[in-house]
Ligand binder design. Structure first.
Ligand code: THU
Length: 159
């Protein structure tokens, strides 16, 4: 029997002011787009901003549906729009913010499993790590790649 320990590094910041200018800008875009999320069922408004290698920022938010599973998370709305419209541009970073009753959540928002898988696909597709910024009142977490969110992931190499 062999034991393997998998370690992840999480960078934590106390406020948005501690981030680099580029990260601040990306996170401000994510915060801004939470306002127009369509989330009448959960009341949980999520915003995502994707930074592409060409400098373009694409934003998206969660889109719910009365048939619940037909809705889609903010991360995938933004990521799929980016990949559809800029299929050659690698994804450098994604910032994610969330608000309840128009107030930023306390703990950093964590992407769901399906969104982690979609982020992993974009990393493999373009062959570059995606920086991930998770927003919260108490702290802002930054991860330097999807491996830190979804270790031991399934990808095309497993097919
Ligand atoms: N949601 C996101 O948009 N992203 C996440 O990473 C977690 C959850 C949305 C889905 C649903 O509209 C609402 O938040 C509550 O789960």
């Amino acid at each position: 029997m062999k034991t393997t320990e998998i370690r992840i590094i999480v960078y934590e910041y106390q406020s948005i002011d501690e981030l680099s200018g580029d990260d601040q800008n990306l996170l401000q875009n994510a915060r801004r787009i939470t306002a127009t999320a369509y989330a009448p069922y959960s009341g949980f408004h999520v915003g995502a901003a994707v930074l592409l290698e060409n400098g373009t920022i694409v934003t998206g938010n969660n889109q719910e549906n009365s048939a619940y599973p037909s809705g889609l998370c903010a991360e995938r709305v933004a990521m799929f729009y980016a990949n559809a419209n800029y299929p050659e541009a690698s994804v450098k970073a994604i910032a994610i913010s969330a608000a309840k009753n128009a107030v930023l959540v306390n703990e950093p928002v964590k992407p769901c499993g399906s969104c982690r898988q979609a982020l992993a696909e974009a990393e493999v597709r373009f062959g570059t790590p995606i920086r991930i910024i998770l927003d919260g009142q108490d702290s802002i977490m930054v991860l330097n790649g999807v491996e830190s969110l979804l270790p031991l992931s399934f990808s095309k190499k497993d097919l």
